[in-house]
Design a protein around this ligand. Structure first.
Ligand code: NAP
Length: 324
């Protein structure tokens, strides 16, 4: 089977397609023959910074999510069988591979009406958006600020907040992304520039502050966040695309703010809750209440292009790798 691998930290084109032996599942594992893998910003970061462990073949490919059919099961697996279509979430291992071997606790049976291309990106990025919105406790009167609003997580956050009826203020990097968001009824999108953009944010809500901030950027938007969040309200911090060295302890104290971190790889340890969040999303997708925006699908040989698009911040929505 073919696998896209790296052996050391490097640029996107250091990813190579290699032929590897198939794995045999241990007692509680299954082997999945994958059709698609979702590409995440985190994949690119791990590849670039070398945040990985090599496997017994001396390779690693950072990856989190994908979909396919089970082709073999370990002897203790009872809830899944060969032929089941499943998606999965995992922190370490063989993602952009035609086959992956994974613990049964990390897989989720995909309903028949959900196509592979959708199921491939549910478990990490969209589940993260679902958990974040649940944690936020927002309602129709909330004013929410979403950084990176056209990214994989960001675009799902926009849609989920829209469904609740909250007022969405989006921050994006380009005019094209701002224009794109009109498709999701976001009329208040602000193009991020260096420095504090809280005056622009406040000006679109009559000088008021926002109640909740969904932040995947951190360092570069810290001043903005602290200057436009309402006293006593919440910053949901789930990524640090611009770095994460500063901790604003005094401002958090002085303004009675709540800083809530979130990591999907902790959430998955509470499997019933993780699966309940997935089920909520699946119901919304089945009811056509969420748009599935897949920007581009790449072959295994083209995987580097997907990473480059994310690193250059030129992607909107989700990217996939076709592994079939
Ligand atoms: N905590 C968790 O459990 C969890 C789960 C999934 C993902 N994440 C994190 O969530 C973030 C988004 O992931 P994703 O897969 O949705 O990525 P993505 O599609 O690449 O979106 C990232 C967005 O961040 C924005 N951004 C702002 N400043 C940036 C910078 N300095 N460098 C790069 N991008 C910047 C970009 O928007 P503009 O260019 O428009 O500003 C881009 O749209 C990542 O940090 C990822 O690690 C966390």
């Amino acid at each position: 089977m073919k696998s896209i691998t790296v052996t050391e930290a490097g640029p996107a084109d250091s990813m190579k397609v290699v032929e590897l032996p198939s794995s045999s599942p241990k007692a509680h594992e299954v082997v999945i023959g994958q059709t698609y893998a979702g590409v995440n910003y985190g994949d690119a970061i791990r590849r670039k910074r070398g945040l990985f462990k090599l496997n017994e073949h001396g390779y690693f490919m950072p990856w989190f999510e994908g979909v396919g059919k089970i082709i073999s099961t370990g002897e203790a697996v009872v809830d899944f069988q060969t032929g089941d279509r499943v998606s999965y979430l995992s922190e370490w291992g063989w993602g952009y591979s035609q086959e992956i071997c994974i613990d049964e606790k990390l897989i989720y049976k995909v309903p028949d009406n959900i196509p592979d291309k959708v199921a491939a990106v549910m478990t990490c990025v969209w589940a993260t958006a679902g958990h974040l919105v649940s944690l936020s406790n927002i309602d129709k009167d909330s004013r929410v600020l979403i950084h990176g609003a056209t990214g994989g997580v960001g675009l799902m956050l926009v849609q989920l907040c829209n469904l609740i009826g909250a007022k969405v203020i989006a921050v994006v990097g380009t005019e094209e992304k701002k224009e794109f968001l009109k498709r999701y009824w976001v009329t208040d999108a602000i193009i991020r520039s260096d420095g504090d953009i809280s005056p622009q944010i406040k000006s679109v809500i009559g000088g008021e502050s926002v109640d909740v901030i969904f932040d995947c950027v951190w360092q570069a938007v810290l001043d903005t966040n602290l200057n436009c969040i309402r006293k006593g309200w919440t910053i949901l911090y789930y990524g640090s695309t611009s770095g994460h060295s500063t901790f604003p302890g005094m401002q958090i104290l002085m303004n009675s703010l709540k800083l809530q971190g979130f990591n999907i790889f902790n959430a998955i340890h509470d499997a019933p809750n993780w699966k309940a969040e997935l089920q909520k999303l699946l119901t919304l997708i089945s009811d056509n209440k969420l748009e599935i925006y897949i920007n581009e699908i790449f072959t295994m040989q083209e995987a580097h292009k997907a990473h480059e698009l994310l690193e250059e911040r030129n992607s909107i929505g989700k990217l996939l790798i076709d592994l079939s």
